[in-house]
Design a protein around this ligand. Structure first.
Ligand SMILES: [Zn+2]
Length: 268
């Protein structure tokens, strides 16, 4: 029943795209896990991820997150063509080293990883955690950009300015200590923006920040409100290709309405 509802939402979103054509921009995809065996929507089978990487390299242009920021802010001589895609991963699980990095290396494809530093070495029921040495291995690849996802995966709209600053600085310090470089990019946990003060704290510490939204980022997009499109296990190749082309925004609009109710009263 849930699968049928999901597929109906995807079909409707695809029809809405035909009426409301997505703008030409850089598309940023969100992944979480690959082959972690959790059976969740944000845990892709390794074969599916492999096929996606192959398709992206044939049909699109996969760029680094830094290049994506340069393109949308006009900080480059190059123009946005609409073919550019950046890959991002959230949270911090062992499969990043076991499955994701080898796949990226096979396809010579760059990706960014937003780490919630409290998750490191703290395995959850959903998936074994990334270790500090795993993070170091990931960070040493020239295909990889490491970003911050707060320390405790905190929803910033529930924290005051001091707690927000602590959350950001703790994660920055730990990432510096274990990767040898300062993270330049930030992902809001669950795509929840904070208060204006929290957002100012993010803007003063990073080069960019990402939310959700499932739509492309045209030239002139605020680099601290970059939209991303989540790739789910239920996205077959057809839905994946539509998302990689910046489509399927209506699916996100519906999910956001549902999440607003779900996250009421939660902290992280
Ligand atoms: Zn997260």
């Amino acid at each position: 029943m849930i699968a049928i509802a999901r597929s109906a939402v995807k079909s409707s979103a695809s029809v809405i795209d035909k009426v409301r054509t997505p703008p030409t921009g850089v598309t940023i995809l969100i992944y979480h896990r690959v082959g972690a065996g959790s059976g969740g929507e944000m845990d892709l089978p390794p074969e599916a991820f492999d096929i996606q990487l192959q398709w992206l390299n044939e049909q699109r242009q996969v760029i680094t997150l830094d290049d994506a920021v340069d393109l949308v802010t006009g900080n480059t001589d190059r123009q946005v063509t609409g073919r550019e895609v950046a890959l991002t991963f959230d949270d911090g699980t062992e499969d990043w080293v076991d499955n994701v990095l080898p796949a990226l290396e096979r396809h010579h494809t760059p990706a960014a990883f937003y780490v919630a530093t409290s998750f490191i070495s703290q395995s959850s029921a959903a998936a074994p955690a990334l270790s500090w040495s795993g993070l170091g291995e990931l960070a040493s690849s020239n295909l990889v950009t490491i970003g911050s996802h707060t320390h405790g995966h905190m929803l910033l709209d529930r924290l005051d300015a001091d707690r927000t600053a602590q959350e950001l600085d703790r994660s920055i310090d730990l990432l510096e200590e274990h990767t040898g470089s300062t993270p330049q990019h930030f992902a809001y946990p669950k795509a929840v923006l904070g208060s204006p003060a929290a957002e100012a704290a993010v803007r003063s510490r990073f080069r960019s920040a990402v939310i959700a939204g499932t739509r492309p980022n045209p030239l002139g997009t605020d680099p601290f409100r970059l939209h991303r499109s989540p790739i789910q296990a239920s996205d077959d190749q057809r839905w994946f290709q539509k998302k990689a082309a910046g489509g399927m925004r209506a699916e996100d609009d519906l999910r956001r309405t549902a999440n607003r109710l779900r996250y009421r009263g939660l902290e992280s």
